[in-house]
Design a protein around this ligand. Structure first.
Ligand code: NAP
Length: 251
């Protein structure tokens, strides 16, 4: 699969799945731009992949718009926009502050809206584009202690489905990936929290999360990136409004 001549923007490109997406798209010839808040993390991935690193906070529209303008000036119209930035803070519903809930919606849902709205005009003008969100199995089912995250990821699927219909005749497709637990820094944070809250060992905590996947394993970033490349390709123009589970059969 070749992405020669395509410009891919990946939010949260400085770590975990975003870094793997940058690796795979670069390897396939794309011009890659990675966005995130920590310049140092972005620069490490940029050195490895040749991606353009730009700092921005996806929850702040001005910051995101400025980064997209710089990306466009340096690498051309954005052809593929991958909304991957996310965070999964964990708290019992009854202990949550309003700010916990709005923070979860901010990065996981508003961040997708901001990226897609900033990139869409160029795609429509070109008559071709791919809007892809990294949602989660948490967009398809509930998990305890992450109600804000689940609400946001369910919202991402609603946004994906509505926009896919709205854009159906423009050459732009809109899809979401729904991975189960992936081995990344986000998962490591969740494990640390479980260890701190329950007194379980790290291995016991990992075992309890792995058990949710019928294949009894964590998903690798490369497996999710492979699905993103497939959705972004020329051959999948009729895949639109999909919420693709990558979960070993969990859902
Ligand atoms: P990760 O390594 O923690 O990556 C999250 C990225 O998002 C970081 O690079 C972070 O960079 C960026 N980010 C967070 N808040 C941001 C903000 N306000 N503005 C810009 N960038 C922001 O975790 P990951 O597992 O690769 O997560 C990638 C995506 O996969 C997320 O959407 C997550 O919900 C989803 N997912 C993960 C799992 C899993 O088990 N790991 C399962 C299903 C879905 P900065 O801190 O530098 O901003």
């Amino acid at each position: 699969m070749s992405f020669d001549g395509k410009h891919v923007v990946i939010t949260g490109g400085g770590s975990g799945l975003g870094a793997e997406l940058a690796r795979q798209f670069s390897t396939q010839g794309a011009r890659v731009t990675i966005l995130g808040r920590r310049l140092e993390a972005l620069q490490e991935v940029a050195t490895e992949t040749g991606a353009l690193p730009l700092t921005c906070d996806v929850t702040e529209r001005d910051s995101l718009d400025l980064a997209i303008a710089k990306a466009r000036a340096a690498q051309g119209t954005v052809d593929i926009a991958l909304a991957n930035a996310g965070a999964a803070p964990s708290k019992a519903f009854e202990q949550m502050e309003v700010s916990d809930f709005s923070d979860a919606l901010g990065v996981n849902l508003l961040g997708v809206f901001n990226l897609w709205q900033a990139c869409l005009p160029g795609m429509k003008a070109a008559g071709w584009g791919r809007l892809i969100a990294v949602a989660s199995t948490a967009g398809l089912k509930g998990y305890p202690y992450v109600s804000g995250y689940c609400a946001a990821k369910h919202g991402v699927l609603g946004l994906t489905r509505a926009l896919s219909v709205e854009m159906a005749r423009t050459g732009v497709t809109v899809n979401a990936l729904c991975p189960g637990f992936i081995e990344t820094p986000l998962l490591e944070n969740s494990l640390e929290l479980i260890v701190a809250k329950t007194g379980l060992s790290r291995e016991q905590a990992a075992k309890s999360l792995r058990r949710g996947n019928p294949q009894d394993r964590f998903i690798q970033p490369g497996e999710v990136a492979a699905a993103a490349l497939w959705l972004a390709g020329e051959a999948t123009g009729s895949v639109n409004g999909a919420a693709l589970p990558i979960s070993g059969g969990e859902i």
